[in-house]
Design a protein around this ligand. Sequence first.
Ligand code: NAD
Ligand code: IPM
Ligand code: MN
Length: 357
Amino acid sequence: MSDHAIAVIPGDGIGIEVIREGQLTLETLAEVTGDLVWEFETFPWGCEYYLDKNEMMPADALKTLESFDAIYFGACGFPSVPDPISQREMILLIRQSFQQYANIRPVRIWPGVPSPLNTEHLTDIDFICVRENSEGEYAGAGGRVHRDTDHEVALQTTVFTRVGVERVIRHAFELTSRLGRNHVTNVTKSNALQYAPVFWDEVFTEIASEYPSVTTDRSLVDACAARMVSHPQTLDVLVASNLFGDILSDVGGALMGSLGVPPSANLNPAGSYPPMFEPVHGSAPDIAGKEIANPMAALWSAAMMVEELGHPEASGLLLDAMADVTASGLLTVDLGGTTSTSEFGTAVRTALKSRAS
Ligand code: NAD
Ligand code: IPM
Ligand code: MN
């Protein structure tokens, strides 16, 4: 029996709807495998909480979260609270404070899920975006001066540190080797930006020399965005800075049919802090409360959590059950279907039970 303490933060909007399905499905997974025990504790943090308490999470939230094995997060942000507050004081605060420097965002096409791409290579699309997640463009360095004058200045400074760049690139190579993959694409913009990305490229070359069995290439981020659409089958593992990885992983979501599909794992590979698992998508205020959100990203994120907690077989079982459901044609509205959020979740739980019986 493996006992895992999970902090659940549904957050805002559809975060609440999709995490509910994720949690129910994790309970079913525990039932059918018989060797998992979840100790969930749910925290009602987010924009509603902010409107009441003037903070997204309590001052001791990080201390509270530190004692859990993992965090299962929905989405945060709603039009009622300015985005820079809701994001920086919650999700980015957790990622950065917990040094979750490797953000793992896989891309592959699910059976029965239509991709907007019209190519014979759909089944060969299977790559992983490793996004730097603790510094770079998101470091939070900068400021604004001379406000409301003609001389107003706004600075948002990109911060690349040797420690930060080395560790995420090394993680990309380690992941590649561990998964039996063999190619890493370095994504920067060192043609136009002469300092930080050039430094990143130099570090990439140094680290790559430690992994002679892994082949590499380089894609400037603009060309990489195009390559994801025109030749996605040529990508295996890509490593990119925080902002570039953010943008490219949404392109990945679109390739998979919808932003309702891509999951993410925010990892501190050193194990000093708990990892966090969350859909790539946000709180989707346009569809919140309608029960039509696609829970696939939340369920896939849950599967990544199960794997990270040391249960690859149970994780695979959950992914297989999801594939059973998509292959059967049950799809949510974003993918052209009519299945509701809870109907999709229920179907996955039924598939889990029938696979296990
Ligand atoms: P979004 O991802 O919330 O939505 C973009 C579009 O994709 C919307 O049309 C939405 O309906 C659709 N969509 C997203 N997830 C879906 C799902 N599971 N099923 C079906 N359709 C889905 O991005 P946005 O509209 O740019 O941002 C909304 C809010 O969420 C903002 O406050 C933003 O800052 C925040 N946000 C939070 C996170 C996070 O917490 N990880 C991520 C992205 C955006
Ligand atoms: C994501 C989101 C976040 C990011 C936002 C909400 C801060 O877009 O997880 O991709 O930019 O990292
Ligand atoms: Mn994003």
